[in-house]
Design a protein around this ligand. Structure first.
Ligand code: GTP
Length: 301
């Protein structure tokens, strides 16, 4: 059922707990000191820890504090097991992060019920974290291509822009638009158009750097913000992307589909005060590229 780490310096206590836990179908790991507990927890990520309070070396409380300081272990519920049932000891342990406290000698079914309660709480915390993660993904990504959406792109790129101004670093922007995209939809169907946008995202990712911020602005228009990249580097990147798109083709329902893209490229210039200035320059250059025949990159340097 659950992976349980039992920590106690007395071998007989471990044996007794192991017997009961294994009888309940739990997978049991054991440690006979606080130091060993931390090692086992890091190596095996148990679902729950049953931790003895009084041990030579690190005490139970000290071990608990170390578990809570370790980000990858902090969420594991810890039930303290102790012969000391003084109120102060119980309060102290719960205040430093124990989920629960049970006094020895305990009745195993009571401990088992407390473990179930701790595991239920852990499960609902994990479900909540998962839901939060998918919500923040929804809020930042374009659902079709999984490139960033326009709003999130501006959040990230504006912060890069501010850093570049502060540290006197280069920053460039590429605006990209698929050529005659309407024809892909008209000739092969909307599904082919969608697939082209997914492929385009992949070509940009494969060609660029991990740190490039790629977004779908809407329709068949994309933007890339490249931190620490000067105008020469950005134009070279745009040209590599243009070539990758031109050379690639993908299969859609038996049709080999090819397309091209046009790009406008600009870089941070003295006097720029807002990130939007770069977007608007790159946008003008993109439309110049369209006017001059498409399938080309135009930069303002
Ligand atoms: N399949 C698909 N089509 C889309 C999507 N978003 C916008 N479009 C279509 O993209 C097409 C854009 O057409 P236009 O603005 O005329 O641009 P274009 O055909 O690429 O022509 P140029 O940009 O001038 O080279 C329209 O037909 C839109 O309906 C989408 O998410 N999926």
């Amino acid at each position: 059922m659950a992976k349980v780490l039992v920590v106690d310096d007395i071998e007989d206590n471990i044996k007794l707990l192991c017997f009961n836990l294994e009888d309940d179908d739990h997978e049991v790991l054991t440690a006979n000191s606080g130091e060993e507990c931390l090692k086992q927890a890091l190596a095996h990520k148990p679902d729950i820890i049953l931790l003895d309070m009084m041990m030579p070396g690190w005490s139970g409380a000290e071990t608990l504090e170390r578990l809570k300081q370790e980000p990858s272990l902090a969420q594991i519920p810890v039930i303290m097991v102790s012969a000391n049932d003084a109120d102060d000891a119980i309060i102290g342990a719960i205040d430093i992060g124990a989920h629960d406290y049970i006094a020895k000698p305990f009745i195993y079914p009571v401990l088992a019920a407390r473990m179930r309660s701790a595991l239920r709480l852990k499960e609902s915390q994990e479900a909540l974290e998962k839901a939060n993660l998918s919500l923040s993904k929804l809020a930042s990504l374009d659902p079709l291509t999984e490139a960033y959406n326009r709003r999130y792109f501006f959040d990230l790129a504006k912060s890069e822009f501010a850093k570049s101004l502060r540290h006197n670093r280069q920053l460039s922007v590429i605006m990209l638009d698929v050529d005659h995209f309407k024809q892909i939809n008209d000739n092969f169907g909307h599904g082919a158009g969608d697939q082209a946008l997914v492929k385009l995202t992949q070509y940009c990712r494969d060609t660029g750097r991990e740190s490039d911020i790629l977004a779908r602005f809407g329709g068949e228009e994309f933007a890339i913000c490249c931190a620490d990249t000067d105008s020469k580097g950005a134009l070279a990147l745009a040209e590599r992307i243009r070539q990758a798109i031109e050379e690639a083709s993908f299969d859609y329902e038996g049709n080999a589909i090819k397309f091209t893209a046009s790009m406008g490229v600009t870089s941070l210039q003295p006097g720029d005060q807002e990130f939007e200035e770069l977007i608007s320059r790159a946008d003008k250059l993109l439309y110049q590229a369209k006017d001059e025949g498409r399938n080309r990159c135009i930069s303002d340097v």
